[in-house]
Design a binder for this molecule. Sequence first.
Ligand SMILES: [Zn+2]
Length: 333
Amino acid sequence: MEEYAELHAHLSTSINPSIYWQIAHAQGFKLPKREYQDFINYITLSPQKKMQLNDYFNTIYHPLLNKLSSGTYAVEKATYEILSGAYRSNSITLLEIRNNPMKHNHEGQEDLDHIIMAMLRGMERALLEYEKLSAGLIFCMAREFSFGKNAIIIEKAIKYRRRGIVGIDFAGPPDKNFHFKDYKTLIQKAKNAGLKVTCHSGEEKGANDMWEAIEFINPSRIGHGILAAYDKKLMKELVKRNIVLEICPLSNIVTKAVKNIEELKFILRTFVENKVKFCINSDWPETIESAHLWEQFEFLKKNNILSDEELKKCNQIAFKSSFVPGKGLSAYL
Ligand SMILES: [Zn+2]
């Protein structure tokens, strides 16, 4: 059976609804829907139920999913269940999960080190149980956070690097106070400490700071980056620097970042023609209908967007450009 590598999946959108249901009820959380199926429908997007990225962030992602997956109990269980579920059900043998630890500590009510250690415990447990599984965690900074808050996230990533934090990411919508330039020194420090760097950029029109990202933080990968397909010079630069794009096809469709399948096809064919390296990811594997990694591969094949051979290459690129420094638990021992 084919084995997959997934490099772009967020913690709170990788938790299966049944796990959310358990986490919520174990702690007595009040949910917006009393009936399980209604809850699934409420948190899940699909090509029939699209939602602009920011609307989803403001109504579901931050107030509900991030909150439910906050606290030591929830993050440990979530991390464990995501990793073991991905391996058992979706043949994923290499998984990088990303999250912003400061969005999982109930706005500072819980100590950040406890939250981080809980995630690492969840990951260690999964790695111990499934010896063919390899994994690592990426910490996301937020564009809307102050520099000081983001600096703490980088410091924590450096502190826990040997235990399984493998990289850092920038996420969130554009913010007038956010500039990659400000992070140049800090990112260099993180790289010197052995951390790898990726950033969300070039996902939505009007939110394209890929050039700045390249100039000031020179990431090894970029999350999405689909707008590069409309900028020949930028594609050349990506190739020159060997930057890999983490493409998340169905996520782009359900959040309307791409208009339709035709636009997605145009983007990916343009990348193939221009030799821009990319891999396929799910971004939100449990909150988009039929969006597990293998289903994304099926989707691209079924719609004649990429050939079998090209898809195989995407998977190889994912394995090769992973931030995880070794196999299984031994990566961190
Ligand atoms: Zn993402």
